[in-house]
Design a protein around this ligand. Structure first.
Ligand SMILES: [Ca+2]
Length: 306
């Protein structure tokens, strides 16, 4: 099952770990632990590592042992030596924290130990505060502060809506930064193929690939195509909020929040169209009414798992 994002308040986060890694992590030895849980594939225990959070959204483990946690209302927190520091990190830009939006993902640069760069995604407010868009900054994290804040990406998806920001970040093995985006809940009007997720001139429902400084890689699939935004790697997504690079193969795995019954796992290939909202397996919440024209169409990819 893919967990839905919802604006629930959580006061702690827990990390499911195997019995082996619990034994190797001395700082949690004194923490509350559940009994070992047994599943078909793995045994695990649930260990409370730190508590006192509001809407914890993302975790980054950085060299030196600190754990960074974003809180969606707009704070970046530090867990050090097993305790949540009381003071949030200073230096974040203004954040549009409403609905599903706010401070979202945080990942360290692959060479963080040398350059101290963090990459942070968030809901950026428009100048008048009436709209928001997903944006990504790079900032130096030193002395528990952010400095040298530089925007490396701003999605061309400005909307007053408060949902479907995407925002997951990951670096691949070649140092490219992937950014997931959502469709901002823009409805389909008329022909499903006219939906913005099916339109290469916007960033609605796209997965992005850029250099670590925001430049567009020359081998991105839509570089040079008339009207297409060149940061786009894949298109036809609804709200991609899970992202992982396979450590051995380099494959780009995503999880995508579908409508009711339509959550997907995809393995992305450059330039491909993943179908939203033209094809899929979900239906409208509550009413159960149809969304898609069907489940398959030539030129659109099937998920590897629904
Ligand atoms: Ca799909």
């Amino acid at each position: 099952m893919i967990r839905k994002l919802s604006p629930v308040t959580a006061t702690s986060f827990v990390i499911a770990v195997t019995a082996v890694s619990v034994a190797a992590t001395q700082t949690v030895a004194q923490s509350a632990q559940s009994a070992t849980q047994r599943t078909a594939l793995h045994d695990y225990r649930v260990v409370t590592v730190a508590e006192g959070f509001e809407n914890p959204w993302s975790i980054a483990f950085i060299p030196g042992g600190d754990i960074l946690v974003t809180e969606r209302p707009g704070r970046l927190r530090i867990v050090r030596n097993g305790a949540l520091l009381p003071t949030p990190v200073v230096g974040l830009p203004p954040i549009r924290a409403a609905g599903q939006g706010g401070l979202l993902d945080v990942v360290p640069h692959p060479n963080f130990a040398a350059n101290r760069f963090l990459y942070i995604s968030y809901s950026k407010p428009s100048a008048d505060g009436q709209q928001g868009a997903t944006a990504v900054i790079r900032a130096k994290f030193e002395n528990d502060q952010l400095t040298e804040v530089t925007e490396v990406f701003e999605a061309q998806v400005w909307s007053a809506g408060r949902g479907h920001y995407g925002s997951r970040l990951a670096f691949d093995r070649n140092g490219f930064l992937f950014i997931t985006l959502g469709d901002r809940q823009v409805p389909s009007e008329g022909d499903l193929t006219a939906h913005p997720s099916q339109n290469l001139t916007t960033h609605h429902g796209k997965v992005i690939r850029i250099h670590d400084d925001g430049r567009v890689p020359t081998d991105n699939p839509f570089v040079g195509r008339e009207g297409a935004l060149p940061q786009t790697w894949t298109w036809g997504h609804r709200n991609v909020q899970g992202l992982a690079i396979h450590p051995t193969t380099g494959d780009v795995f995503t999880s995508e929040h579908g409508p009711q019954g339509g959550d997907e796992i995809n393995v992305l290939e450059p330039g491909k169209n993943y179908g939203w909202p033209v094809v899929g397996f979900g239906m409208n919440y509550r009413s159960g009414s149809a969304i898609h024209s069907g489940t398959h169409r030539d030129g659109m990819e099937q998920p590897v798992h629904v």
